[in-house]
Design a binder for this molecule. Structure first.
Ligand SMILES: Nc1ncnc2c1ncn2[C@@H]1O[C@H](COP(=O)(O)OP(=O)(O)OP(=O)(O)O)[C@@H](O)[C@H]1O
Ligand SMILES: [Mg+2]
Length: 442
């Protein structure tokens, strides 16, 4: 407790000052000189006052002290003190205070105790405040952490969804590309089928007409042949007449051949289908044309795959088909068609004495037997390609009425197979027959 004299001594150095609301009593950073006691009103202690980071540290009211540290140190003040309402403050300057405590030990002791209480109290308040701030900071950190985690999860989900979407888009694109190509393949197949059907119809119609014409020609031809034989035996001594009859007989023979071809157009042969070895049929056909091709200086080569499956087919019909293809190849190499004649005005034998070659190949392919008849002639004219299998389509001025390929087409169709022609990149034409090994024949 202070004595009355001590209180009087303090009162003698105390001065009073009146402040309006919002007036700065101490500025942060300034060197303080005074110690204050609030008589009326109140003050707020601000850190970084007037800046965006300003922070309210404490608020003091009537009877409370501030600025006491200015009495014992001379460091810059660490906060700003502002009145928040009109206030009356008592203050003691450092010099006055020094004088008073020098004169009285109890005063200095009491002041020291008050300062130490104040320091302890403000320390505790700061610690509490720090704890509260730390807690808030931890909560904010946790919240932030959670938000980051959630954002990461959302980003991951978004990435996954994107990847899935991309996969689906890629799959859909691939699907539509595939279905597009399937569709165009289907369209191509349909077109081919349509062309084949059209060709079959035309072949059937032409075949019937041809058969009718052949029949009409055959009867008088029969009569002519009989009459010719009678005349020839009657005039066998007249050599001049006989040689004319021979020419006549040759012409009749040619007409008979043509008539036979016309008949073939309608029904190539009525032979019953049976199990056949296609290589054997090819070898037999080759033996039929061997000498003819040898005379024509054309080499006939075969490359037949062994162990081909047995085929249910008509040997006669297949032989006829092969003969037609070999004859065409022969005629093409020899330059019998207009187109080939203009391209190959002179056909010369090579060092081996041949003017060309025909190759027949067989192979098996997924339940089918493939027969390829290739020649090294001038190939098929582009404009002829679309009409090759049409009845009576021919490029040949001499010989040929354009039924060989139509008949072959009919035969292969009758075996449920396909026949197509192309030009080989090495030159020459290739005819490709594809026959199914098994089919349901009625
Ligand atoms: N190997 C080939 N090389 C080039 N063109 C060919 C070949 N085979 C056929 N051709 C062409 O196809 C046309 C039609 O052939 P197709 O066998 O139907 O009749 P053709 O041979 O003219 O007469 P036909 O066979 O009735 O005696 C031929 O005139 C020819 O222009
Ligand atoms: Mg022909």
């Amino acid at each position: 407790m202070l004595s009355d004299d001590d209180i009087k001594a303090i009162q003698s150095v105390c001065r009073e000052k009146r402040y309006l609301a919002g007036e700065i009593v101490i500025s942060e950073g300034s060197v303080g000189n005074n110690f204050y006691i609030i008589i009326k009103g109140g003050v707020e202690i601000w850190k970084h006052y007037g800046t965006p980071e300003q922070d309210l540290v404490a608020a003091y009211g009537r009877g409370q002290l501030f600025g006491e540290m200015a009495l014992i140190d001379q460091y810059p003040r660490c906060a700003t003190v502002v009145t928040h309402k009109p206030s009356d403050l008592l203050y003691i300057t450092r010099d006055d205070f020094n004088r008073v405590i020098k004169a009285s030990n109890p005063i200095s002791l009491s002041i020291m105790r008050s300062i130490s209480d104040k320091v302890r109290e403000s320390n505790e308040r700061y610690i509490e405040d720090l704890k509260a701030r730390n807690h808030l900071l931890t909560l904010t950190c946790e919240q932030l952490h959670q938000e980051v985690e959630e954002r990461e999860k959302a980003e991951k989900a978004l990435l996954q969804a994107n990847a899935k979407l991309e996969q689906r888009v890629t799959a859909r694109t691939a699907e539509s590309v595939e279905s597009n190509s399937r569709l165009s393949q289907e369209i191509e197949d349909r077109k081919l089928l349509q062309r084949q059907l059209l060709r079959s119809d035309r072949l059937a119609a032409t075949g019937q007409l041809a058969a009718f014409i052949a029949h009409e020609i055959n009867s008088p031809l029969q009569a002519i042949t009989t009459l010719l034989s009678t005349l020839m035996s009657e005039y066998q001594t007249d050599h001049e007449l006989l040689s004319s009859f021979e020419i006549f007989k040759g012409a009749v023979h040619n007409i008979r051949n043509t008539v036979q071809k016309l008949l073939d157009l309608n029904r190539p042969s009525q032979e019953k289908k049976q199990p056949v070895n296609i290589n054997k049929i090819i070898e037999k056909t080759m033996s039929l044309v061997k000498s003819q091709l040898k005379n024509a200086k054309i080499k006939l080569i075969s490359d037949l795959s062994p162990n081909l499956p047995i085929l249910i087919a008509s040997p006669q019909q297949l032989t006829q088909c092969l003969l037609n293809l070999i004859n065409n190849a022969n005629e093409s190499i020899c330059g019998f068609s207009d187109a080939t004649e203009s391209k190959r005005p002179q056909i010369q034998a090579d060092t081996t004495g041949t003017i060309g070659q025909i190759t027949i190949r067989t192979l098996s392919d997924h339940g089918h037997i493939i027969i390829r008849v290739a020649d090294n002639g001038p190939g098929i004219a582009t404009e002829a390609m679309a009409h090759l299998f049409d009845p009576f389509f021919t490029n040949k001025k001499r010989m040929g009425i354009g039924v060989g390929l139509s008949v072959s087409f009919g035969i292969i169709e009758d075996h449920h197979g396909t026949i197509k022609a192309e030009n080989s990149p090495q030159g020459g034409a290739v005819f490709i027959i594809k026959l199914p090994v098994r089919f349901n024949d009625e």
